[in-house]
Design a protein around this ligand. Structure first.
Ligand code: AMP
Ligand code: MG
Length: 492
């Protein structure tokens, strides 16, 4: 028997009741094959390392078999998609298998994505092409390696079946892991139906899973206000972290924002190569609603909907509740700016951020825009300015010398020793990111030739994105003009 069959699943979310989810078995696929199994994450979840080599693992991670203690469900939610209210969405192609306990003592939800139709599939087939599965694996695990809160990827499986999109494409299933998958849209679903009791159940669930200590410390008498505060601050930090690595989520609908503060939904996301503040990749984001420099604003817009949904819990007197919510929402922008500034200050080598450092950050970004420079490598190459241990991955244009001199003078004025600045720069600026063109090349090789070499190499390299891996330098490079990816697509 496979070790996965005996995995110690609990089914806490399912136990919240039938309002929140519907039992649903995965729909088996023809010939599942394991492409990648995340042994580090498996170990964290106390899953046996032997699973990586067990032929039955693919059967479990494609949904052909179900672990003895797993009781799969599809969860319901709603959400604002591109600003428009959709009263019912839900797991249309995902299933929650249950939770496993992590070595940190917390419960982690395990989902299959691409596992067949559910009551929430609407017109969809419940499947996922292999390409988006590989993409999500690479990007989510890179985000984890950057230290950015994210859903994770336990495995990628190919199904041996084809799915029909614009073409027939090979199918895949991703095993997604997160502390929880409660979305702003989940709370909205029940709030929009006037089901305050269900909103309270969800709120208690999220508090218990994510914020028990924070709320006990600061909001013991007012836990639901505490929940709103915690989510606002988690999102402010998360979005600042996205900005710090040039990440554009691309589909910040309210159903794609988790209360727990993990990044979720890696459909049309992308990292920018050369810097542009209003960069958009997603093919369906025609108006740039989710552009790089609008992410904080949209995050706050989404949080207004969460606040609205929680109001009935926050005070018997709704005017009072609105006052509390307004006060907390006003904390978002300053919290975001403070995270943003301290992250970018560190990227420039500074220990702390003050007004001159903020101006320095801004002027650096202006230089990147002016000379059309690669965001990731330009930051990383600042570490080469100290004359020792140059990595030599990038050259600044000679016109930037004046800026570089002023920046060095700023560091000196702030009393930052060279070695400290260099170490901080290399600790906070990844050398390797999941570049769009490399992801596309990896997907193309996998889908057209069944060749997973580049995918596996990328997944390996991105586990330690801050360390120079000289043999893999070409994966750090920006695309040649003809390689550049201009558009990304939802993973549907
Ligand atoms: P997303 O764009 O991934 O945020 O998905 C939005 C909604 O569409 C969610 O309810 C998904 O479950 C659903 N969905 C996306 N793709 C499919 C599919 N292939 N089959 C069924 N439902 C889908
Ligand atoms: Mg989604």
């Amino acid at each position: 028997m496979s070790a996965f069959a005996r995995a110690e699943f609990s089914n806490t979310y399912r136990a919240l009741g039938s309002r929140f989810s519907t039992p649903q078995a995965p729909v088996p696929v023809k010939a599942p094959q394991l492409i990648r199994f995340n042994t580090g994450l498996a170990d964290f979840l106390s899953l046996s390392a032997e699973l990586a080599d067990d032929p039955l693992t693919a059967q479990y991670l494609a949904g052909n078999r179900i672990a003895a203690r797993s009781e799969p469900v599809a969860t319901v939610y709603a959400g604002h998609q591109f600003g428009n209210w959709n009263p019912q969405l839900g797991d249309g192609r995902a299933l929650l298998l249950g939770e496993l306990r992590g070595r940190d003592g917390a419960l982690y939800e395990v989902q299959l994505k691409g596992s067949g139709q559910t009551p929430y599939s609407r017109m969809g087939d419940g499947r996922s092409p292999l390409g988006p599965v590989l993409r999500e694996y690479l990007v989510s695990e890179a985000m984890y390696a950057f230290g950015i809160p994210t859903t994770r990827s336990l495995a990628a499986v190919s199904t041996g079946e084809r799915v029909l999109r614009d073409f027939l494409l090979p199918g895949g299933v991703l095993t997604r892991v997160a502390r929880s998958h409660v979305r702003i849209g989940t709370v909205q679903y029940f709030a929009s139906r006037g089901d305050t009791d269900a909103v309270r159940t969800l709120a208690d669930f999220v508090i218990g899973r994510h914020y028990r200590d924070a709320i006990a410390a600061d909001f013991a008498d007012d836990p639901y206000t505490g929940l709103l505060s915690a989510v606002i601050h988690a999102q402010a930090r998360l979005i600042a972290q996205w900005m710090s690595v040039g990440f554009i989520h691309g589909v910040m609908n309210t159903d794609n924002m988790l209360l727990g503060g993990d990044t979720v939904d890696y459909g049309p996301c992308a990292f920018m190569d050369h810097y542009r503040a209003d960069k958009v990749f997603s093919s369906i984001d025609a108006h740039g609603r989710y552009a790089y420099d609008r992410q904080a604003e949209i995050g706050l817009w989404n949080l207004h909907w969460l606040a609205q949904a929680l109001l009935p819990l926050m005070d018997e007197d709704q005017d009072q509740a609105i006052e509390k919510a307004r006060g907390l929402l006003e904390e978002f922008q300053p919290a975001y700016e403070s995270h943003y500034l301290s992250l970018f200050a560190a990227k420039l080598g500074f220990a702390d951020a003050d007004a001159p450092v903020a101006a320095r950050v801004e002027s650096f970004l202006q230089q990147l825009a002016k000379y059309n420079l690669d965001f990731t490598l330009a930051f990383r190459a600042l570490g080469d300015q100290f004359g020792t241990e140059p990595e030599g991955v990038f050259c600044f244009p000679p016109e930037m010398q004046a800026w570089l001199d002023e920046w060095r003078a700023d560091l000196a004025r702030h009393g930052v020793p060279d070695a400290q600045a260099q170490a901080r720069i290399r600790r906070t600026n990844p050398l390797f990111i999941p570049r769009n063109h490399r992801i596309e090349q990896a997907i193309e090789a996998a889908v057209e030739d069944g060749d997973f070499t580049l995918f596996q190499t990328l997944a390996d390299v991105l586990q330690t994105p801050f360390s120079d891996q000289p043999a893999q330098r070409e994966l750090a490079a920006p695309p040649a003009p003809q390689e550049e990816v201009l558009r990304t697509f939802c993973g549907t």
